[in-house]
Structure formats: C-alpha cells, structure tokens
Design a protein around this ligand. Sequence first.
Ligand code: PAF
Length: 295
Amino acid sequence: MIIFNSVEKLKNHLDNLRNNHKTIGFAPTMGALHQGHISLISIAKEQCDLVVCSIFVNPTQFDDSVDLKKYPRTLEADLELLKVANCDILFAPEIPEIYSEKELNDKKNHIEDKTWTCGKTIDFGLLDKVMEGAHRPGHFNGVAQVVSKLFRIVNPNKAFFGQKDYQQLSIIKSMVKQLEMPIEIITCPIIREADGLAMSSRNRRLTEEERKEVPSISKLLFFIKEIYQTHPINQLKEVVANYYAKESMIHVEYFEIVDSETLLSITDFKNSKSAVACIAVKLNSVRLIDNVILY
Ligand code: PAF
C-alpha cells in the first residue's frame, strides 16, 4: 500500500494510473477503522482496478468540539487493517492540505458558506434539515464540503459509502448530481457485530455496561421491520417510545419512518414506494445511529 499525505503527489500518481486506463474506487473515512470500513474496501476491490482509502478527521462536520476532540484516532491499527484488506493507496492528509485558514475560520458560518461548490448553487432542500440535520446543525454541510474536496482530489470512478449513514448517502448522491460529478455512488450494506450492533467507530467509546445495552437498538429496529405491515406508523413509534423506559441508559433522540428518497416522515405506508426506519440514540456522551430498510 502506498501512503500519501500530499494532495499534489496523490493527484500525480492517480493521473498516471488513469492514463493507463485503470478504474479508481474510493472509500473516504475518518479512520478508527473497523470491519464496516473494510467491507467498503472489499466491495471497491471487486468493482475497480485499484482502491484509494482516505483517513481524515474532518473538523467542519463536527458541531460539537468535544466530539471532535474525542473522536478516536488509531492510525497504526488502521494501517494494519488496510494492508490486510489489500487497499492500494491511503491518503492521510493533515488539515492544511484540505482547508485554508479562511475556510476553517469561516467554520462558524459554514452553513451559509458554499464556496466549496466552486460557484455552483447547491441546495439540499429538506434532505439536510431532518433527522441528523435537525440535531447536528451544519453537520451535512461539513460532510458535503469535505467529500466534494476529496472527490476533486481523487476523481474516482466510483465511491463507496455504508448504508449505516443513510442520510449522509442521500446528501452525497444529491451533491454529486447537483455538482455534475461523474462519480457513481455505491451503497454498501451495514456490517453488524454478532449481537446485531451496527459497527461504528464510536462504539469503542462505550463503557462495558453501555456496550451490553446497545444491541437492543438493532433488535428494536428488526422488530419494527417484523411488525410494520400490521401496525400503523403511530403505533410503531409508540413501541419505540415505550421500549426505552425513562430509567434506561439509552436516550432516543429520534425514531423516524421516512420515505427512502425524500427522507420525509411518512404517516401512511401507502404514500411511499420505499421506506426506511431510522434511529439516533445517546448514551451519556456517545451518540449512535442505525437504520433498517422496511421495503
Ligand atoms: O462517514 C464518514 O466517515 C465521514 O462522514 C466522511 C464521509 C468520511 C466525511 O468526512
């Protein structure tokens, strides 16, 4: 595996590969890699001649500075995993390679600042206002900002993202369409621990006691999938609300059943061609999300 920290050197290397008609797959990450990330690399390897993974903890997508500080950084272990997965190229830039001082200082205003779109107007409509967008103001603007920059650097044929971040995928698909980027976005299945917990870099911040509680999140989602055809949506919501009693260490931030395309809450399954149940919970300072496609 070749490791690049410099944008220019990576671009030159990838230009040479492209001139030799190699197709490039890209899996952007923030490190603290787990088997969910590795599955993105494996799927990318099946579909492309070579695979680039990036590790960059993106400051502009954190609405909470404590969360940014506490985000796990495990580069040595990440390198081992990537080598075993046969990843071809790792791009691990420092912040100044990606952002100018001005962009970082503008961070407070970055919800309004769309300079990263290179002059093109971009509007996510309600996609970035609901669920995660409502609870983490500016988060998706930061995600779109860094992903568009990474896409311009790597210029991949295909980019691979996990379904666990369902709303992020919708945002990135919308961004690629609006910026007319010729990149195919591939949705990869959620990878779960044996007890059903969706893999996430944040899981390692759970205490032993919290870790024992969290498999209930996916169990609840799977239960909803089992019963949704025979229950109205308001009853499904009640099931979730009642499931975690007040004294539970799991606090539900939201549980929504949304249209898979628009991400708007649905009140009747008849009105949507496809639907997904999404949940976000908090255990002390650790925030976890999960989802299940109902149909
Ligand atoms: O999903 C993530 O890890 C991040 O949001 C991403 C897509 C790498 C952008 O920083």
